[in-house]
Design a protein around this ligand. Structure first.
Ligand SMILES: [Cu+2]
Length: 65
């Protein structure tokens, strides 16, 4: 398993948390949003790439820094 923490811009409430964590789950990753630090902690296996993960978050309307 790979683990990475991404800085994500635009997350503000529980809706954002659900959108992002849901989108990550959909592609087979597991994400944990930290609203206070504007980060998403992502765990994923080698079937996925960091590019795919960023894309899934950006598709929800957030900017990955
Ligand atoms: Cu929100």
């Amino acid at each position: 398993m790979n683990n990475t923490t991404l800085q994500v811009k635009g997350m503000s409430c529980q809706h954002c948390v659900n959108s992002i964590e849901g989108a990550l789950k959909e592609i087979g990753a597991s994400g944990k949003v930290d609203l206070k630090n504007n980060t998403v902690d992502v765990t994923y296996d080698n079937q996925l790439t960091i590019e795919r993960i960023k894309e899934a978050i950006e598709e929800q309307g957030y900017d990955v820094l």
